[in-house]
Design a protein around this ligand. Structure first.
Ligand code: AMP
Ligand code: GLY
Length: 426
């Protein structure tokens, strides 16, 4: 198989690493990729939201499968573009069409979808920009903390959680007056759920699905989950509280009704679904759907997937996913993200990255690097994810933390408490 993988983060390096291990792989291209992917694949400089360019490349190189890492090309309709072009309709796209990507692209849609299919989620109501007064009245009737969500994609900044009613009202007015343009023309106000978060992933051909390893990510910049939100500072898998009983609940109450619901509504969905969940006293509630894998969750999921991922992609291409096996490595895996000092606010780029010889149980996934004058340099906030295997989470984390010392770049920062909340016995 000839594969084109779209994206340039740690998620894509981890996917490229897994794809590159397949015996069925003929050639792997990554666009645009990073310094890490350039070691295992051919990087292609390309704007992944320019579908003509992506399509022309696939025709020229006879690509069989396009794997879409981030959500934007999916929400913009890359799968639809391929399907409607006679030269590209035979290329398998891993990721849904526009009508499926809407589960991530519109919170208003996803909330009403969950209500229609009785999928557990926080109680909510949506308001359009001409309903500011009604929205303020609704907010006043609610209890603190207040949860406000821009309907559309807002680069991870569209969720406001506010304890103070006056501040929440101000934030609501800002959102509905166009803080994120069209993305916040509609705002969802929802009840706050108090619990522990985790991410569950499936791959589906629209009829059948396979459950991938679950993960927990650490979103805040500061230790003990304090400070600003980031793309994700680390992840672990498995998640200790997600025992068999819990995952069975997720499957029966969330996964099955979601896959069936999509089918029932005539939405052909193929690719990954990422269920952002919160466990409230042992019961799962959906916080959000994503139409892609998570980052940095992929940096712990791919190492735990023993099966050949191209077998799963072939299962999607031929509608035979039900016949494919998903075998999971029983070891634990952790990843700790090394970021540029200053991130998620202002930070410098272009710092040289050096990596000494690593322990065999450790993998280094590049998240924000590129090559300049034959040197690997930082090119983003999140720079390197240091992933390790262990017989349990404690040993995996020990591996990640001892290997961090092998990775150097000026002014780096990482959280020292990844996984502590679930491994330290109180
Ligand atoms: P989202 O972009 O929907 O994932 O929301 C970002 C973060 O806000 C989530 O990861 C949660 O930590 C938090 N969050 C979102 N919705 C709720 C809710 N209803 N109750 C509590 N926390 C929430
Ligand atoms: N780690 C969360 C995300 O990828 O959205």
């Amino acid at each position: 198989m000839k594969i084109l993988l779209l994206g340039s983060g740690g998620r894509e390096h981890a996917l490229a690493w897994k794809i590159s291990k397949s015996s069925q792989l003929e050639k792997l291209y990554v666009a645009p990729g990073n310094a890490g992917t350039s070691e295992i694949a051919e990087n292609i400089a390309m704007d992944i939201n320019n579908f003509e360019a992506v399509g022309n490349f696939c025709v020229q190189k006879q690509v069989n499968v396009v794997v879409v890492g981030p959500e934007q090309p999916l929400v913009n309709g890359i799968h639809d573009f391929f399907e409607s072009s006679p030269k590209l309709s035979k290329v398998t796209v891993i990721g849904p069409k526009k009508e499926g990507a809407i589960i991530e692209g519109s919170k208003d849609f996803s909330k009403s979808f969950m209500k229609r299919h009785r999928i557990p989620t926080a109680k909510s109501k949506s308001f359009k920009n001409h309903q500011i007064q009604e929205a303020l009245v609704y907010l006043e009737q609610k209890d603190s903390p207040y949860v406000l969500k821009a309907d559309g994609l807002a680069s991870g900044k569209g969720v406001v959680i506010e304890n103070d009613l006056q501040k929440a009202k101000k934030a609501l007015k800002r959102l509905l007056s166009g803080q994120f343009g069209a993305a916040s023309e509609t705002v969802v106000i929802e009840d706050f759920l108090d619990g522990v978060e985790l991410s569950v992933f499936i791959i589906t051909d629209g009829k059948n699905y396979k459950i991938l390893p679950e993960a927990k990510d650490y979103k805040r910049i500061g230790e003990n989950n304090t400070g600003l939100n980031t793309g994700g500072m680390g992840a672990i898998s498995p998640v200790p509280f997600a025992n068999r009983e819990f995952i069975d609940k997720v499957e029966n109450q969330v996964i099955i009704p979601t896959v069936k619901g999509l089918k029932k509504e005539g939405i052909e969905y193929s690719g990954f679904i990422f269920f952002g969940l919160i466990s409230v006293k042992g019961d799962p509630y959906v916080i959000e759907y994503n139409c892609r894998l998570g980052d940095p969750e992929t940096e712990v999921i791919m190492p735990r997937l023993k099966s050949d991922i191209l077998e799963l992609f072939d299962g999607i291409a031929t509608n035979t996913l039900s016949e494919r096996d998903v075998e999971i490595d029983l070891r634990s895996v952790s990843t700790v993200m090394m970021v540029s000092g200053g991130y998620p606010e202002k930070y410098e780029k272009g710092k040289e990255v050096t990596i000494d010889k690593l322990d065999p149980k450790t993998l280094v996934f590049h998240a924000g690097t590129n090559i300049k004058n034959n040197k690997t340099v930082t090119s983003g906030g999140r720079v390197i994810a240091v992933t390790s295997y262990g017989k349990n989470l404690e040993t995996a984390l020990k591996g990640s933390y001892s290997s961090i010392e092998k990775v150097q770049f000026e002014n780096n920062y990482y959280r020292k408490d990844i996984g502590k909340d679930v491994t330290t016995k109180s």
